[in-house]
Design a protein around this ligand. Sequence first.
Ligand code: 5RP
Length: 271
Amino acid sequence: MDWGLANRLHRILKPATGRTVMLAVDHGYFLGPTSGLEDPRRTLAPLLPYADSLMVTRGVLRTCVPAQADLPIVLRVSGGTSIHSELSQEGLTTAVDDAIRLNAAALTLSVFVGAPGERETLLNLGKLVDAGERHGIPVLAVTAVGREMTRDVRYLGLACRICAEIGAHYVKTYYCEDFERVVEAVPVPIVIAGGKKLPERDALRLCHAAIRAGAAGVDMGRNIWQSQSPVAMIRAVAAVVHDGASVEAACDAYETLSRGASSLAQAPLTT
Ligand code: 5RP
């Protein structure tokens, strides 16, 4: 791996743990102003200090993220569909030139295995990896799951492996039972999406199970910014991902931080 590409990747996957807490706020690119992200600037401001990287479109980056922000940007460069159309038929929306101008640390797109847009989105992945390799920018492939796809080890393993074979430098997918088998069969790091909002305990349990199964972290959105206490939640997730916190310890940390105990809010979380 070229030095520049490896360096960008290590800005996201923190060298101390090899893991990452990515904050996903790109949902508007096909969902519009979804609940909790109506005003991205307001949602993002308190969370930025706690995220290892930010997954975002160029529009929200330019308008809602201060240029002083000291965190790597994983730039969503796919889209072209909405909840009113066939979601899988995404194309590339953003030129690599612009991603470089925006100082992106990585590029990301969705691929839709088993859906009408399968071929096009996988070919887009190939093109993006070629461009990324040319400029030293890693590519995160997001295995988007259509309504009719079962989120099981067979399907997610297939989708993730195909992404790695085409050259994705890391892959995002959903957690499933036997997730170890997905991890084993994919030779690049895997991060998990959070999916729909769950009770905080369940979301922390999901993170914990994924990390134990070998995930390199999370790329989480709704379970953070739709939480009653987003900052407490992202800090509890980070405790699981980076500090090996148990589910109980992470839940306690969430409760304590969300009650606003100011001394603890400043202290590092322990297991
Ligand atoms: C949308 C995405 C989202 O960023 C991803 O699903 C993560 O967010 P959440 O944790 O809310 O599922 O890639 O296609």
